[in-house]
Design a protein around this ligand. Structure first.
Ligand code: 3SL
Ligand code: MG
Length: 239
């Protein structure tokens, strides 16, 4: 029976699991939600980059690509798009190669150089990603926020654990704990949207006027896309 485990930060993922499991990287507010929206809108590839200056250097070298992402929630100077999934519409990204750098999401991806299979997961593409991982040992890796455990990512992970259990996976004790905590939070707040709004990072996004991003990010199984990160080429494409 395949197992499902959850790492609350990329640093917490056991090396053996990184190298052998199907990894689902989650930064639900907002990088992995944004990546799912970008591929739903027809983006060709996404190159995740950890550092802003490195992203700018690559953009100068790669024609027909453009810079996307955020620092402190907002797009750095010269970036065409920020990190709101609502910006990634087909009239803007259809057929495009995007260079993406974000505070937490692309940092998490940069820590998986020894990984075999890396999927980009969020609440909006939870069903599609879990179906893709069905039958394999899976570790959900939460990006965290500023290298701290982030409840928003944990809630997304909890919804994925529930789905993978339905598909026959055996949760580790920590995975079960995250699923139970997620269901408790949803009961307490009335919806996954309100549970996300109540998190530390959710409150910060609301202060930045980005409540619509949280609402979008909370739409379970909205998109049938499975972005796959190819570690050797450092590129994300639609699986
Ligand atoms: O994508 C990210 O790194 C997020 O965790 C940060 S923000 O929501 O875009 O501010
Ligand atoms: Mg985040």
């Amino acid at each position: 029976m395949p197992i499902v485990d959850v790492a609350l930060l990329p640093e917490h993922a056991p090396k053996s699991q990184v190298e052998s499991h199907t990894l689902i990287v989650v930064d639900v507010l907002r990088a992995t939600t944004t990546i799912a929206a970008a591929f739903h809108a027809g983006a060709r590839t996404i190159l995740p980059v950890r550092d802003v200056d490195h992203a700018r250097h690559i953009a100068n070298a790669l024609h027909n690509s453009f810079l996307c992402g955020e620092r402190d929630g907002l797009p750095p100077a010269g970036f065409k798009l920020g990190n709101s999934p609502l910006e990634y519409t087909s009239d803007v990204v259809q057929g495009q190669d995007l260079i993406l750098t974000t505070t937490n999401g692309t940092r998490a991806l940069s820590m998986l150089d020894r990984a075999r299979t890396v999927l980009i997961g969020s609440i909006v593409n939870r069903g599609a990603v879990c179906d893709y991982a069905e039958g394999t040992d899976t570790t959900i890796i939460c990006a965290g926020t500023y290298q701290q455990v982030s409840a928003d990512d944990c809630f997304a992970a909890g919804l994925m654990v529930d789905r993978l259990i339905q598909l026959g996976a055996q949760p580790t004790e920590s995975a079960q704990l995250i699923a139970d905590a997620t269901n408790h939070a949803i009961d307490q707040h009335g919806s996954i949207h309100e549970a996300l709004r109540a998190t530390v990072h959710g409150k910060r996004l609301i202060e930045l006027g980005m409540d619509r991003d949280i609402e979008y990010a909370s739409r379970v199984d909205l998109l049938d896309v499975v972005p796959v990160y190819d570690v050797p080429s450092h590129r994300i494409t639609a699986g």
